[in-house]
Design a protein around this ligand. Structure first.
Ligand code: FES
Length: 118
């Protein structure tokens, strides 16, 4: 594992997130509560790009499509495809793929760049 430059700090607005390519991997990088986070860019459920509409709240990231939710500190799964509740479409599409944790990458600041460890 080594550190890679991901994005210039000033290109990531407070509270925003972006999808970037780092070391041939798609990464979601964002800022929340004065700190940076980096995760794999696509939802573990049906590969929705989390940069488009994912909500960051209470230390978690929630996919907008079926609202699968993971913790940002370790990527552990909290809820798997709970939406929509009725008709129970979310639960049905949830069983089509295996439950997985979200990959989380370590971040650090180096001069004016955010780096991630891959
Ligand atoms: S694609 Fe993200 S929850 Fe279904």
């Amino acid at each position: 594992m080594k550190w890679h430059t991901a994005i210039k700090i000033k290109k990531l607005k407070p509270g925003k997130k972006k999808m970037v390519m780092v070391d041939r991997k798609l990464i979601l990088i964002g800022q929340s509560n004065e700190s940076y986070f980096a995760t794999e860019a696509l939802c573990r459920h049906m590969r929705w790009p989390l940069a488009y509409g994912a909500k960051i709240e209470d230390g978690c990231i929630k996919c907008p499509l079926h609202q699968t939710k993971h913790k940002l500190n370790d990527g552990s799964l909290l809820e798997w495809s709970p939406f929509p509740l009725f008709p129970p479409y979310g639960k049905l599409v949830g069983i089509l793929s295996k439950k997985k944790n979200l990959k989380i990458y370590e971040t650090r600041i180096n001069n004016e760049f955010i780096e991630i460890k891959i």
